[in-house]
Design a protein around this ligand. Structure first.
Ligand code: CA
Ligand code: CA
Ligand code: CA
Ligand code: ZN
Length: 439
């Protein structure tokens, strides 16, 4: 099995090397790629049935997304792990914040370049209504290096015992690991990032082993994290990429269920117009773009309603400076994933409780690591605050005095990780309660 996949990969790669004009240039440049196909092959080998399961989840998400069509803004808590070996890999906070901003722009259609989309695709470009909230930055210095191979990805970065950084609860937060991803040996390829797609782990079909929830999330090369990252110049020579923070946009797209726009019918997305991305409003595309902006690219010449390739799409490999859009169909899938298989990400960030829409209690951030901000709106006038653990045991009680002001802070750094319930009572004995996760 391993051998046959390796042979298959090698034959596809050699096909790319021979037929791809960019790759056959004299200075033997590298292929840049995301690790999606390697991930799918690796998981299918370890857990036969994995691809089918992902397809099922995709179908489910599509149905859910079509059905709901609400306008709620979904907020995803994000934990960023900076796993660094050389000092330059220990990215400054500003780059991390910048990357979260790029995600928030791209997923809310607030990106400054949104109007660069060609007129033919304008009507399909939309606001995903998904936002990202940075709740924690974990920094781990390591002596380990992270090298993908032909059919494996460097998931050691997600494990403290292997020189990486253990995930924070992946059911409640998007974990993003940032590290130096080494070149793929013998392949002449640099993986810029990869993601685990939603696979609906608790409902795995009989006979199929579940993958590990502690590995769920996204990995991004440190040179591609953030917009205008000056470290982009450290990418291997021959890789003419100017990262605009959209490696992460692309990988989060995978994490929320999207496939490459040209379809994932074959390893490395070999040219094919029969395998598509399962999304109706993205044009059929035969192969990936080559980090370029070819506006007349048309890889599938179809008899009926032929369209140009949508190189503006985040799920292509076009130049990141040309990308500016998710389509309505892609957005329905991502929102369906958030309402279905990844609904844990939303479960706790509706951290508001209200009475008669008059009084409201908000907490922030959630999940929380160190200090929890409590804010109440309206004339609620809290007289007592209690925190219970998931077993109903009282963990903390605070009486009236500290509540003169509208903002209260609880120091939770020493608390055990887990689910807690905060209950606030006012002078009329009305109660509000919200759940939060301590990580
Ligand atoms: Ca399509
Ligand atoms: Ca295709
Ligand atoms: Ca076409
Ligand atoms: Zn990809």
């Amino acid at each position: 099995m391993l051998h046959s996949i390796r042979t298959q990969i090698l034959s596809v790669v050699s096909a790319i090397l021979i037929f791809n004009p960019v790759i056959s240039a004299q200075e033997s440049p590298l292929i840049h790629m995301c690790g999606h196909e390697i991930h799918m092959s690796q998981m299918e080998t370890r857990y036969p049935g994995y691809k089918d399961q992902c397809d099922k989840v995709f179908g489910l998400a599509k149905q859910l997304g079509l059905k709901s069509r609400n306008n709620d803004i979904y907020r995803i808590p994000v934990v960023v792990h900076i796993v660094w070996n050389n000092e330059e890999e220990n990215l400054h906070d500003s780059l991390i914040i910048n990357q979260i901003e790029v995600l928030n722009q791209d997923f809310r259609l607030n990106n400054p370049d949104k109007n660069n989309i060609r007129e033919i695709f304008k009507q399909r470009q939309s606001d995903a209504g998904i936002e990202f909230e940075l709740i924690e930055i974990k920094r781990v210095q390591t002596a380990a290096t992270f090298t993908p191979f032909l059919i494996t990805l460097p998931d050691e970065v997600k494990q403290s015992a292997a020189g990486g950084s253990d995930a924070s609860n992946t059911a409640f937060a998007l974990n993003i690991w940032v590290c130096k991803i080494q070149e793929v040996p013998f392949l002449g390829a640099q993986i810029l990032g990869y993601a685990y797609p939603p696979a609906d782990l608790p409902h795995w079909p009989a006979g199929v082993s579940a993958s590990s929830p502690e590995l769920d999330g996204v990995v991004i090369d440190f040179r591609c994290f953030g917009r205008n990252n000056p470290l982009g110049s450290l990418l291997p020579a021959g890789l003419s990429i100017s990262p605009q923070g959209r490696t992460t946009t692309h990988e989060v797209g995978h994490y929320l269920g999207l496939r490459h726009i040209w379809g994932d019918g074959s390893i490395f997305g070999g040219s094919s117009c029969s395998a598509d991305d399962g999304v109706e409003d993205t044009p059929n595309q035969g192969r990936q773009s080559n980090n370029d902006c070819v506006t007349d690219q048309n890889t599938c010449d179809e008899e009926l309603n032929d369209e140009l390739d949508m190189i503006e799409n985040y799920m292509d490999y076009s130049d990141q400076a040309c990308q500016n859009a998710f389509t309505i169909g892609q957005i329905e899938i991502m929102r369906g994933v958030l309402e279905g298989p990844r609904n844990g990400l939303l479960e706790l960030n509706t951290s508001t409780s209200s009475v008669n829409n008059e009084f409201a209690l908000n907490i922030y951030p959630n999940p929380v690591r160190n200090s929890l901000q409590i804010h109440y709106q309206g004339d609620f006038e809290i007289t007592e605050l209690k925190v219970y653990n998931h077993l109903g045991k009282e963990m903390l009680t605070l009486k009236s005095a500290p509540f003169e002001q509208e903002n209260i802070t609880l120091a939770l750094a020493d608390w055990n990780p887990g689910l807690y319930i905060l209950k606030a009572t006012n002078k009329l004995n009305m109660q509000l309660s919200v759940k939060f996760i301590k990580i």
